[in-house]
Design a binder for this molecule. Structure first.
Ligand code: SAM
Length: 258
């Protein structure tokens, strides 16, 4: 019996409601996995200890607790599935401490660990109690699932990306929404226009929005029906926007249309 609960196709984007660990082996090979999976459980525990808090005075999105578990218990199982179905890049976001934990499961697998890269967050929350430095960056691990040499589109560029966490056009429906411009830059640097990209932990669909705007084919999987519906709405808008203006093949943006 299929593990796919719901399957929606919008232009080049396929959105699947279901458990990624059960669905991934059903969808066949993909060129790249670009994903923001749950982070390490230690971070979830800290965030959930803070509970929902109203710290902002500008009407922006508040700190919200996380309604899904950390990656720790399924990191190995997920990596084995990625090795089975992915032919190119595996890119996964994580905490700074999580880079070593990902390397520990990737290194014994057939996937080649490449590097921990950095997302700098110029607008990250200050350390309000003054007891130490605030967190100013998150990481992502890049690893190569293919045979032969790895290749990307960005020459000798450093693996450091700087993007606001809370740009004015942030959707705001998901507690860990990634900036779509950050995901767009990764799609442009790591994938080809005819690539099939998978985000097995799509949340509110930011990777799919970025893929739609850059003209890539993409599959997203999410197990929470509320986030799944949010992703469907966002992807519909992004596909309509790309249809109206053509794909973004450079880092130029169509911000007014999002
Ligand atoms: C870090 S969030 C992704 C947020 C996303 N980048 C965005 O911008 O909205 C991870 C998501 O993975 C989902 N998730 C966790 N375990 C999953 C699983 N086994 N299968 C599918 N989705 C899962 C969670 O519900 C959560 O929405």
């Amino acid at each position: 019996m299929s593990a796919i609960v719901k399957d929606v196709q919008i232009g080049p984007c396929r959105l699947i409601l279901g458990n990624a660990l059960e669905v991934m082996s059903e969808i066949g090979p993909v060129d790249h996995i670009v994903s923001d999976p749950p982070y390490e459980q230690s971070l979830h525990d800290v965030k959930n200890g803070l509970k929902d808090r109203n710290l902002r005075t500008d009407g922006g999105v508040q700190l919200r607790s996380l309604d899904f578990s950390g990656i720790d218990e399924v990191r190995g199982e997920f990596t084995a599935l990625a090795a089975e179905i992915c032919r190119g890049w595996l890119i996964v976001f994580c905490t700074i401490e999580g880079v070593a934990r990902w390397a520990d499961v990737i290194n014994p697998s057939p996937i080649k660990y490449k590097r921990g890269c950095i997302w700098i967050k110029p607008d990250s929350t200050p350390q309000l109690n003054g007891q130490g430095p605030a967190q100013g960056a998150e990481c992502f691990v890049v690893a190569w699932c293919g045979s032969g040499y790895a290749c990307w589109n960005a020459g000798g560029k450093r693996g450091v990306y700087t993007h606001l966490t809370n740009p004015p056009d942030r959707h705001g429906g998901h507690p860990t929404e990634k900036p779509w411009r950050l995901m767009r830059d990764l799609i442009l640097d790591f994938t080809a226009p005819d690539s099939l990209v998978l985000d097995p932990f799509m949340g509110s669909g930011t990777t799919l929005v970025a893929a739609a705007l850059t003209g890539r084919r993409v599959i997203g999987i999410e197990k929470n029906p509320e986030y799944f519906e949010m992703a469907v709405q966002r992807v519909r808008k992004a596909v309509a926007s790309a249809g109206a203006t053509g794909p973004q093949l450079t880092a130029q943006v169509q911000e007014a249309l999002l």
